[in-house]
Ligand binder design. Structure first.
Ligand SMILES: Nc1ncnc2c1ncn2[C@@H]1O[C@H](COP(=O)(O)OP(=O)(O)OP(=O)(O)O)[C@@H](O)[C@H]1O
Ligand SMILES: Nc1nc2c(c(=O)[nH]1)N=C(CO)CN2
Length: 199
């Protein structure tokens, strides 16, 4: 029975609040897939990437489902030879965190590795980018989804393709086709190195 109808002192819950609570319930009970790109070109690059994978797995409401091979990649977006090469990898997770909380967690992980922001695309101990979050498309500058440059980055597409050959980048198309478009000449798999999927 409708309580408000029987008890005039109980105010009805506004529809907008009901909508918000319902949306939160759906998020909590319905984990979403997110794809995260990790990159490092300063310090012990492999150890840092592994540390980031471990911190992701330690995140409440997040499970790491797949960790890609490690790629050594030419720095993208800067003068050739001006920076050390990167190690890159992609991690596929399932999470009940909303996109904004996932971004915050990524930024906290960057801070844990003392990432310093100096110049655009400058060298860094660790970069944690949200490549995609379910099929969400958003042009919010604080969190653009999918990542606005993912479709043109072999260092994202190649490792992602390894773990999910059928993957689609929302609004951009098949990862396999995007990778074929950009080519894989600037990235090479380091078969001698491996990131562990946390136990
Ligand atoms: N999908 C996304 N993933 C991570 N950060 C994002 C995303 N979309 C927007 N941002 C915003 O971009 C800002 C700058 O991020 P960051 O310093 O990591 O850029 P960058 O790694 O140097 O360059 P790029 O964005 O080209 O990878 C962040 O503070 C964040 O708010
Ligand atoms: N190879 C490579 N190049 C980059 C990378 C990266 O992770 N790998 N990250 C950047 C800023 O996100 C800029 N350039």
């Amino acid at each position: 029975m409708n309580q408000a109808a029987s008890d005039p002192t109980v105010q009805p819950v506004p529809a907008s609040v009901v909508e918000q609570v319902d949306a939160a319930d759906v998020t909590l009970s319905n984990p979403k897939q997110a794809v995260i790109s990790l990159g490092s070109n300063l310090g012990n690059r492999l150890e840092t990437l592994q540390g980031a994978v471990d911190l992701l797995e330690d995140t409440p409401g997040l499970r790491v489902k797949a960790v890609s091979p490690v790629y050594e990649t030419e720095p993208w977006g800067v003068e050739p030879g001006s920076q050390p090469s990167y190690f890159n990898a992609v991690v596929v997770v399932r999470t009940t965190l909303p996109p904004s909380s996932l971004l915050e967690r990524g930024q906290a992980i960057e801070e844990a590795f003392h990432r310093v922001r100096e110049e655009r695309w400058g060298p860094r101990t660790i970069d944690v980018d949200i490549v995609s979050y379910a099929d969400v498309v958003s042009d919010d500058p604080a969190l653009t989804l999918p990542h606005p440059r993912a479709h043109e980055r072999a260092f994202v597409l190649a490792p992602w393709h390894d773990v999910q050959p059928e993957a689609q980048l929302p609004g951009r198309g098949a990862v396999a086709e995007l990778l074929a478009g950009v080519g894989d000449g600037t990235v090479h798999a380091r078969a001698d190195l491996e990131l562990r999927l946390p136990e």
